[in-house]
Design a protein around this ligand. Sequence first.
Ligand SMILES: [Zn+2]
Length: 383
Amino acid sequence: MKDRLRNHALIKRINRAHILNTIRLDSPIARAQVADKTGLDRKSLTNFVNEFIAEGLVEETGTAQQGGMGRPFTMLGFKKHLVMGLEIASGSVGGVMMDLYGKVHFSHRIKDEGINTSSAEMLNAVKGVYRRLKSCGEVYQGVGVSVQGVVDHEKGIVLEACNIPSAVMDLKSALGKFIVEPVHIETSSMVGALAEKWFGMGRLSEDFIYVELGGGIGAGIVSRRRLFRGTGMHAGELGHTVVERNGVLCRCGSRGCLEAYASEGKILEEFRRTYSMRIGSIEELAELPRSKTGKILKDAGTKIGWGVGNLINLFNPNLIVLGGRMIDVFGDVLVPAVSRGASASSIKVCMRDVSIVASEMSDPIVRGAAALVLSRIFEVEDF
Ligand SMILES: [Zn+2]
């Protein structure tokens, strides 16, 4: 009996998600077309639609005549709700307000290096972006928050954040002091994967991996359209896979980790050591001729490729999307170098299935943060 009730509840959730996604992808759409696309009978569909209207999620957007004959169709669409996504990144806090179709209506970003080191400044910046966006419209369902670091997403605690030490805290409780809506916190590599899955190159892919290259190196693994998290929810720590046995010491305490060679900070360090030049940021490095920076970047890209090759062997994805600040600035050198490294370290049967590409999204993380909320509305299970 219990099983039957559970199955019934699950089927209801699956049908609910199916209808909502049909409206999301094909709106404006007539009730009759939703019934055809979902395969549900008219009576069940009417019950669901009445439920959505009562919840204030869906509305009848008017009527349309098709073919000039018969009764006009009632069209369905979402009410003009906006969800919020926030991004706590190194030196900046950004945010967007997005409708239920995924369109960004408002965005705002505060840049301040003090965000990285002072918790008060970081929280103040988040508060500033949140309040500014909230003045544009009511927030529906909740606020998704991305943080560059290791996050316990269930508790909303940031366990580690090498580039933003100010964020290491019970972030959910701290944000709850001024954010009145439910807050969902997630690590940026997972959020990047979610962004690619919802809006980017992973839209049509069942199994793909997003690799974030920036201050840290992480992977968001999507398997059968779901994020793969692992037991402790820390799956995807690509930066701490070993690429040099007995290599240089990594900040995690191990030796030879990928991140100890190919993170933004390590590439800058290697450049300063080789050329004895004072270069403060990756943007400054980008201004130098490639004849100076090329070899260091290629070597780093090859090592990243070794790590990516291991992912290809383990997960057999059809797509690897490279994203993050390093790709924004040095994608032209890094993408081919990563591809070469991956070819050298993965077996042919896995490598022939996969494309390795640079992300084409602008501002993916902040959009992915908003998708943390959309996933809760449109997907059946934890994502
Ligand atoms: Zn490490």
